[in-house]
Design a protein around this ligand. Structure first.
Ligand SMILES: [Zn+2]
Length: 303
């Protein structure tokens, strides 16, 4: 009996030791976790900013985009839950008041609460036109600014971020060359768009944008303005109207019917649609498709 009791005690002691070892092991695991938490948490507002940021940080920081896929950001409002998340992040990146008015309203308060805020469109946006990401020269400047703010917050990974940035800048240079090629060898000089997303690109590469609505898809032109646009299109022998994917406006169709033009769907990259995410698209692959549309609309004559 006594012997049995001793064995039982020994058995219990072994179990306790094993349990203690298990605990110690768990503590080791927990010690690894803060490193994961040490990764920067970056919140971006809409797609191009998200894509550029992702390409710069790779796996070395967490990037989350706030405006859901397929949602047009001009008039988007954040949920209170999303708002709370931004306050918990390290860096918040938005474009500017002309694109996300809600973001500029909270920017100062976020800064006061220890979140690093980058308004990436500062000094790049002109005339309240937010669409700077469609001009690769300005997109390069956006990427540079994004890199600088992230590297300052996370100097440990600066070299990796710098390498990724250089690769990204090269891709913008290639896109710039392609746009020069298309626009310098095209017979048409006018492009008609549903809303004014192409002004920066048009200015940079020497073509003219005629937009049916204003800078936001929600801007409704007067019947008089629509008649004027139809007249201009007729006089310039416009054959195509570029309409952003997901647009519910009937205006471009009205104008197209009036002048006998064809609608071409383009993604101005204000969002990436679910089918595009599924297909593994990014800023550059969509821009290649947009280039094809420009070739058609501008009547590209090169090879
Ligand atoms: Zn727009």
């Amino acid at each position: 009996m006594k012997k049995t009791k001793t064995i039982l005690v020994l058995f219990l002691a072994v179990c306790l030791a094993a349990f203690a070892a298990g605990c110690a092991k768990n503590e080791d695991v927990e010690e690894v976790e803060p490193e994961d938490q040490a990764n920067l948490k970056i919140y971006t507002t809409f797609y191009p900013i998200y894509d550029f940021t992702e390409k710069i940080v790779g796996d070395n920081a967490n990037v989350e985009n706030l405006i859901p896929t397929g949602v047009e950001p001009h008039d988007y409002e954040l949920s209170p839950k999303q708002m709370a998340k931004i306050y918990d992040g390290d860096i918040f990146i938005y474009l500017g008041e002309s694109m996300e008015p809600w973001a500029s309203k909270i920017a100062e308060d976020l800064s006061k609460n220890g979140v690093k805020v980058l308004e990436v469109g500062t000094d790049l946006i002109e005339n309240n036109d937010p669409h700077i990401w469609l001009d690769p020269v300005l997109a390069k400047e956006m990427a540079q600014k994004i890199f600088e703010v992230i590297a300052a917050e996370d100097p440990e990974h600066e070299e990796i971020y710098k390498e990724n940035l250089e690769a990204l800048l090269k891709k913008f240079d290639e896109l710039d060359k392609e746009l020069l090629e298309v626009t310098s060898k095209s017979s048409k000089k006018d492009v008609v768009t549903s809303h004014g997303f192409l002004d920066y690109m048009a200015k940079r590469y020497g073509f003219n944008q005629i937009s049916i609505a204003g800078l936001s898809p929600q801007d409704e032109p007067s019947p008089k303005k629509i008649a004027e646009i139809a007249d201009i299109c007729k006089s310039k022998n416009i054959k195509y109207i570029l309409v952003e994917k997901g647009s519910s406006s009937k205006l471009p169709e009205t104008v197209a019917n009036e002048i006998g033009a064809q609608i071409l769907t383009i993604n101005p990259l204000e969002t990436l649609w679910p089918d595009e995410i599924k297909a593994g698209e990014d800023y550059f692959s969509i821009m290649e498709k947009n280039l094809d549309i420009l070739r058609q609309a501008l009547e590209y004559e090169g090879q």
